[in-house]
Design a binder for this molecule. Structure first.
Ligand code: SAM
Ligand code: DTB
Ligand code: SF4
Length: 352
C-alpha cells in the first residue's frame, strides 16, 4: 500500500486560497481537515490542560471581551497574585485529575519586576511535578521572556485575538504590533508559542481569514492554537453581540487544522455553550486539545466528569500523565452515569 503523503507545512497562504476553504461544502471541508489531522496526529487523542488564574481582575487593558478589565463593571472579585504554595497545590490537584499541562494566567498588561521571582518559582514547582508549564501574563520584553524560559516555561500564551483590521474595534490599549513583538520575544527565548483568537466578537469571515493567515504565515507556526468562542459576560461591551453561527466556528477550526497541520488546535473558551455533538464535530474538524476543569480563568467550563463521559462516549483518550489512577477515572465516570440516570428518572417522572 502506498504511504499516505503528508500535507506540506506552508507559510505562504493567500487570501484567495483561504477564502476558497471557507467556501467549500461543509462535508468536503471536514473530510479534508480530518485527512490532514490523521497525517500528523493520533486521531483519537486529545490533550488536556488545566487553567489557573494566578492574578484576577483589575486589569488596565480595555479588551472589550474581557471580564477582567478594570474598565467594565462585571461583578468580578479581584484577587492579588496568588501565593506560590497555593498555585502549586492547584497544580498537584490538576495533575492528579489527569492534566498534562498547567496553564497560569494573570490579568496584567505586563509582569512587573517585583512579581517575577514568584512567577519563576511557580514555573519551577510545576516542572518539578513533571507537568508542562504554560503562562499568559501579557506583554513580554525579551529579557522577561528569557527569564521565564530559563526557569523552564514550556509555552507562552499570547493571542492575536482577531485580524489586524478588526483588532482596533476590540482593543485600543496595546497594538497588534505589540502582540507580534511579544510573540517574537517568546520564540527567540526558545519557548513554544500558544497563539490563537476569539470567534464571535462581531467579526466577519474576512477577519477570520486575516487571523488564520497571520498565524499560519508566521516563520514558525504556533505549536498551540487556541480557538475561543466568545463567552459573553454581562458588563463587558460585547455582552450583547450576535451569536456566531456554530457551523462557522467549526469551519474555522477545520481551516486552522488544514493551514497549520502539525499544531495542536485547542477548543478553548465557550464549551459550556456547545452541546456534545458540536464538540465532537470540533474534534472531527481537528481540535485536539481542551481545557479541563470546572473553571477557565473567571468563567465556567464543563464539569470534569462531563468531559470524561464525553471522551468515553467518543473513545477519545486523553494524553495522560502516568500517575493518574484508572480507578479514580472509572469512579468519576460511574458517578456521572448515575447522576445522568437519576436526572432522567426525575424528568421522566415529572413528565408522566
Ligand atoms: N492578560 C493576559 C493577556 O491578555 O495577554 C492574559 C490573560 S487573557 C484573559 C487570555 C486570553 O483569554 C485573551 O487573549 C483572550 O483571547 C481570552 N479571553 C478572555 N476573555 C474571553 C472571553 N470572554 N471569551 C473568550 N475568550 C476570552
Ligand atoms: C486562551 O486562548 N483561552 C484561555 C487561555 N488562553 C488563557 C482563557 C479563556 C478565558 C475565558 C474567559 C475567562 O474565563 O475569564
Ligand atoms: Fe487584561 Fe488580558 Fe483581559 Fe485584556 S484579555 S483585559 S490584557 S486580562
Amino acid at each position: 500500500m502506498q504511504a499516505l503523503e503528508k500535507a506540506p507545512i506552508r507559510h505562504d497562504w493567500t487570501e484567495e486560497e483561504v477564502r476558497e476553504l471557507f467556501q467549500m461544502p461543509f462535508m468536503d471541508l471536514m473530510f479534508k481537515a480530518q485527512t490532514v489531522h490523521r497525517q500528523y496526529h493520533k486521531p483519537n487523542q486529545v490533550q488536556v490542560s488545566t487553567l489557573c488564574s494566578i492574578k484576577t481582575g483589575a486589569c488596565p487593558e480595555d479588551c472589550k471581551y474581557c471580564p477582567q478589565s478594570a474598565r467594565y463593571n462585571t461583578d468580578l472579585e479581584t484577587e492579588r497574585l496568588m501565593k506560590v504554595k497555593a498555585v502549586l497545590k492547584e497544580a498537584a490537584e490538576a495533575k492528579a485529575k489527569g492534566a498534562t499541562r498547567f496553564c497560569m494566567g494573570a490579568a496584567w498588561k505586563s509582569p512587573r519586576a517585583k512579581d517575577m521571582p514568584y512567577v519563576l518559582e511557580m514555573i519551577r514547582g510545576v516542572k518539578e511535578m513533571g507537568m508542562e508549564a504554560c503562562m499568559t501574563l501579557g506583554t513580554l520584553e525579551s529579557g522577561q521572556a528569557q527569564e521565564l524560559a530559563d526557569a523552564g516555561l514550556d509555552y507562552y500564551n499570547h493571542n492575536l485575538d482577531t485580524s489586524p483590521e478588526f483588532y482596533g474595534n476590540i482593543i485600543t490599549t496595546r497594538t497588534y504590533q505589540d502582540r507580534l513583538d511579544t510573540l517574537s520575544n517568546v520564540r527567540e527565548a526558545g519557548m513554544k508559542v500558544c497563539c490563537g483568537g476569539i470567534m464571535g466578537m462581531g467579526e466577519n469571515e474576512r477577519d477570520r481569514i486575516g487571523l488564520l493567515m497571520t498565524l499560519a504565515n508566521m516563520a514558525d507556526h504556533p505549536e498551540s492554537v487556541p480557538m475561543n468562542m466568545l463567552v459573553k459576560v454581562e458588563g463587558t461591551p460585547l455582552e450583547n453581540v450576535d451569536d456566531l453561527e456554530p457551523f462557522d466556528f467549526i469551519r474555522t477550526i477545520a481551516i486552522a487544522r488544514i493551514m497549520m497541520p502539525a499544531s495542536a488546535v485547542r477548543l478553548s473558551a465557550g464549551r459550556t455553550n456547545m452541546n456534545e455533538q458540536m464538540q465532537a464535530m470540533c474534534f472531527m474538524a481537528g481540535a485536539n486539545s481542551i481545557f479541563y476543569g470546572e473553571k477557565l480563568l473567571t468563567t465556567e467550563n464543563p464539569e470534569a466528569d462531563a468531559d470524561m463521559m464525553l471522551f468515553r462516549k467518543l473513545s477519545i483518550n486523553s494524553e495522560q500523565n502516568e500517575d493518574v489512577s484508572d480507578e479514580a477515572h472509572e469512579q468519576a465516570i460511574l458517578h456521572n452515569i448515575q447522576a445522568e440516570q437519576d436526572s432522567k428518572l426525575f424528568t421522566d417522572a415529572a413528565a408522566s
